[in-house]
Write a protein that binds this ligand. Structure first.
Ligand code: SF4
Length: 377
């Protein structure tokens, strides 16, 4: 089981917090689509198992026309074996989701929409410099529901000065629309973003970790009460609506990342493409792959296994650690666990599977770091 990720590197405007790769100049969009198809052809041997998930991410994939989406999907099907039940997701921004556009994409093989709502409040959307407003956020969901069952929305918590009541009101909208899947991310201040500059100039209040934790704790309780499973740290789904793409990523399945800045993983090495649209286009047009490659050591793979599995509801199975990495790694992990068990930050169940304890889920990444092994290879 493998996945294909397609990075569409264009956006209408730059959100203040974003450090993804994108350009607000769209004049090379059709050239980019051709190059993405060319890269798929050049890398047709890179994945040799069936494709179960295709994910259009970005950037803003909802800037693609129906013809461009079909062009990419037809190329994927020409060079890869795609499972007939494959999950095919398009990330979309609310301002792109007109009735006409939704009708067009519903006629393609896209069968899942991930809508970048982020907040239902005007002031939050302005603070983040999103291209849509609160009315568009609401209308896009109403319209999307008439064309798609499998819908996810993204929300951001920990926004400076966002009260608990306001965060609860955002979640209440999710419940009112009965959205089957939600991804929630803490607002983070990435280097060299507008958000970092505005905070430094005191135009925007600093992002506060305690506030983010309070929001995350509310999120956990409310989602649980409404029947959503927190199958991965940031992801909540109703039964049968867990994202296959997310699950594959968090359980270490291979994926092929196509487009500028896209990352790929084949189980033992990671590669990533150049973060520059023109350089990417020129390289691909010359039939060269502008990739950097990192070979993972056993310790790298062990650390990634811990980090990704601890974030999921699967947890870290000590027997699987032993089978994958050997007794030395199992013994190391067991030693590292002891202080965390004493502080009740993690638990180990009767099947020898490690989970972060319910009240400490917000600390998951920090807890993983305590379990990492130093890379001495
Ligand atoms: S729309 Fe998405 S990718 Fe584009 S700038 Fe905003 S957050 Fe970044």
């Amino acid at each position: 089981m493998s996945g294909i990720y397609i990075h569409i590197p264009f956006c209408k405007q730059a959100c203040h917090y974003c450090d993804f790769h994108f350009s607000t100049t769209r004049k090379h969009q059709s050239r980019m689509v051709k190059a993405i198809c060319q890269e798929l052809k050049l890398r047709k041997e890179d994945i040799n198992s069936g494709i179960n998930t295709i994910y259009f991410g970005g950037g803003t994939p909802s800037l693609l026309s129906k013809t461009e989406i079909n062009q990419i999907l037809q190329t994927i099907k020409a060079y890869f074996e795609v499972n007939s039940q494959a999950e095919i997701t398009l990330e979309a921004n609310p301002d792109d989701l007109s009735d006409e556009y939704l009708k067009e994409i519903a006629s393609t093989e896209i069968n899942r929409l991930s809508i970048g709502v982020q907040s239902f409040f005007e002031d939050d959307l302005k603070l983040m410099n999103r291209a849509h407003d609160a009315t568009e956020a609401i209308n896009s969901i109403k319209l999307a529901k008439t064309y798609f069952d499998n819908i996810s929305i993204d929300l951001i918590y920990g926004i400076p000065n966002m009260s608990i009541q306001k965060w609860e009101a955002n979640l209440a909208q999710v419940f009112e629309f009965d959205i089957p899947h939600v991804s929630c991310y803490a607002l983070t201040v990435e280097p060299n973003t507008a958000l970092e500059r505005f905070i430094a100039k005191e135009v925007i209040a600093p992002v506060n970790d305690d506030l983010a934790r309070d929001h995350y704790d509310v999120l956990q309780i409310q989602m649980r009460n409404r029947g959503y499973k927190n199958y991965e740290f940031s992801n909540f789904g109703k039964p049968n609506f867990y994202s296959q793409n997310n699950l594959a990523y968090w359980t270490g399945k291979p994926y092929l990342g196509i487009g500028p800045s896209a990352h790929s993983f084949n189980g033992y090495q990671r590669s990533w493409s150049i973060k520059h649209n023109i350089k990417y286009l020129k390289a691909i047009e010359a039939k060269q792959l502008p990739l950097e490659i990192e070979h993972l050591t056993t310790t790298d793979r062990f650390n990634e296994f811990i980090m990704t599995r601890l974030r999921t509801s699967l947890g870290v199975d000590l027997n699987e650690v032993e089978a994958k990495f050997g007794l030395t790694y199992r013994a190391y992990l067991t030693d590292q666990l002891q202080p965390l068990l004493k502080d009740q930050l993690v638990s180990v169940n009767s099947n020898e599977v490690i989970h972060v304890t319910e009240n400490n889920k917000f600390l998951t990444d920090g807890i993983s770091a305590e379990l990492f092994k130093l890379n001495l290879e």
